[in-house]
Design a protein around this ligand. Structure first.
Ligand code: SAH
Ligand code: SF4
Length: 342
């Protein structure tokens, strides 16, 4: 038995061909699942009985369950239990332009960034495609809402689970599936350069965000292990290629950590690094966690940093703080759960 939510439209078409049926059936099934949100083959009234029986033998409808829901101002944080009892989380943010969901892509993360809860818990496994799709379906169902934007910024490094992540994006982007526009989907990576190369070759239209967090290798090596493998120079080079090939803008995420990367010198160095690139910097107030000793930069330092970048002609925004009171930073809810705090 396979999870039906693992299947892109193309893969479902291949399935129907393999059982000597017409491939347009895949579209019918897709619409039942994603447009009408049916979770039983018996309800698919335009599908003939034998086909329904065959589908019932081959597929089941997902397996993740919401086990905790924490609500804050304009934010709801969900903890899911997976079939093998691993836990991941998703965070819903209510913006004036719509509902944005931050989904997890792995159980834990192997990139080991020193400031991050998800990295503290080593990767146990990749999420499969269906487990990512179901995060959206379950939340839309329980809150009776539509999610208009998806960011792949929950637990895990999306490009360390590349193939599943791409299939997930195909399903949610498909007009016959969940139908979220490519411009409303953002993948965030810590900077796995060969996977960014692949992302360019594959011609994806979704937004790319990169966790930079430092203006030079010395600081970045201290907080992000990945920089020892793909340093800033190699990262910036591949991103310049991305911009040239796609004509699209890159978002740089920059967490503001007090005394680590938030000085005026850092801002100037960052401006020099990014000068002339089609990009913008999103300054993120660090969400402090009980397990890691970093402190968030003061409001004043964040504003100074912002002003310095602005003066140097860098596009910059400060991310609105979401859900500090519901442990909404990457991996925090799960970390507390594992320790019995929830
Ligand atoms: N692994 C990917 C995507 C998941 S992390 C990546 O690193 O880009 C998503 C974003 O949350 C990253 O920019 C990460 O650096 C940031 N993040 C992690 N812990 C955080 C915290 N405690 N406060 C604020 N942002 C955090
Ligand atoms: Fe992994 Fe991203 Fe956390 Fe780094 S910031 S440990 S890459 S989830």
């Amino acid at each position: 038995m396979k999870n039906i939510y693992n299947y892109t439209l193309e893969k479902l078409e291949d399935y129907f061909i393999s059982i000597n049926e017409k491939k347009f059936k895949a579209t019918q099934i897709f619409e039942w699942i994603y447009k009408k949100r049916i979770t039983s083959f018996d309800e698919m009234s335009n599908v003939k009985k034998e086909t329904i029986e065959k589908l019932k033998e081959d597929f089941y409808f997902g397996n993740i369950k919401i086990i905790s829901e924490k609500e804050g101002k304009d934010v709801v944080k969900f903890l899911f239990n997976l079939q093998d009892n691993n836990k991941v989380e998703a965070v819903l943010m209510k913006h004036d332009y719509g509902n944005s969901l931050c989904v997890s892509t792995q159980v834990g993360c192997n990139m080991g960034c020193s400031f991050c809860e998800s990295g503290r818990l080593k990767k146990i496994r990749n999420l499969d495609v269906g487990e990512m799709v179901e995060q959206i379906l379950k939340i839309e169902e329980i809150l009776n809402i539509r999610i208009s934007h998806v960011v792949l910024m929950g637990i895990g490094e999306p490009f360390d689970n590349y193939d599943n992540v791409i299939d997930f994006i195909r399903i949610i982007n498909s007009g016959k599936g969940i139908d979220i526009g490519a411009r409303h989907i953002t993948v965030s990576t810590s900077g796995i350069v060969p996977k960014i190369e692949k992302f360019i070759e594959d011609g994806n239209q979704i937004n790319l965000a990169v966790s930079l967090h430092a203006p030079n290798d010395e600081i970045r090596n201290k907080i992000m292990n990945i920089n020892k493998v793909y340093n800033i120079h190699s990262l910036i080079s591949v991103l310049k290629k991305y911009i040239e090939k796609t004509n699209r803008r890159v978002t740089f995420e920059y967490i503001m950590l007090e005394g680590v990367n938030d000085s005026k010198e850092c801002a100037i160095e960052l401006a020099n690094l990014l000068k002339g690139m089609n990009c913008y910097v999103n300054l993120i107030p660090y969400n402090e966690t009980s397990h890691i000793e970093y402190k968030k930069s003061s409001k004043e330092n964040i504003m100074k940093f912002y002003d310095t970048l602005k003066k140097n002609n860098i596009n910059v925004t400060i991310r609105r703080e979401f859900g500090g009171n519901v442990d909404a930073a990457c991996g925090q809810l799960r970390a507390n759960y594992e320790e019995g705090l929830l």
